[in-house]
Design a protein around this ligand. Sequence first.
Ligand SMILES: [Zn+2]
Length: 225
Amino acid sequence: MTGGAAGRTAAVRARVPVRLGRAGGRSCELVTFRGLPDDGEHLACLVPPWDTPAPLVRLHSECLTGDVLGSARCDCGPQLEEALGMLAGQGGVLLYLRQEGRGIGLYNKLDAYLLQDGDTDTFEANRLLGRGADERDYGAAAVMLRTLGLRRVRLLTNNPDKEAQLLRHGVEVAECVPTGVHMTPGNAAYLEAKARSGHRLGDAGVRGACAGGVAVPANGRGGAV
Ligand SMILES: [Zn+2]
């Protein structure tokens, strides 16, 4: 199985059976690739049944502090847990994308934390570091899906940019399945910043809308990045 992108041909490198406790103890497969457009060590986690006409797919960007250490500054850990729980129930694919800090890296992300205060949110902090507000590119994710033979998915996300980028890279999004809003006192400001950037969050967003659905910012500041 292959999927071309930018003149390169991607292919599966290895399919590794593994039982995942956080996916309900299900027998899954971890898939590695060669020839991805950004050469990242991105990982696909296949939870059976995943080879269906429009499987549930979650694009999860790596967040060491949230996913591994349980940091309360963001909602990445609960979102990962939620995704794996849903995949355990109905099957599908988790793409674990090595895009720490919205693509700026772990150390830069921690530098950005130091810049964040009441007026400087996660996106503005990235800009102050001379980086893009969100540098994530989902082209590699689309290539991974196509290499797995998946061209139509149900996308678990509140982020319209993921949907738009998948569409641009040849993967049809049959439905956007909204994720829960995991708000705590520690991450409320972070989630409000995500809403300002265009994420569909809770009652402020458009649940289930995609393919032209309009994101509704939580307030008047800013728009989709
Ligand atoms: Zn995070």
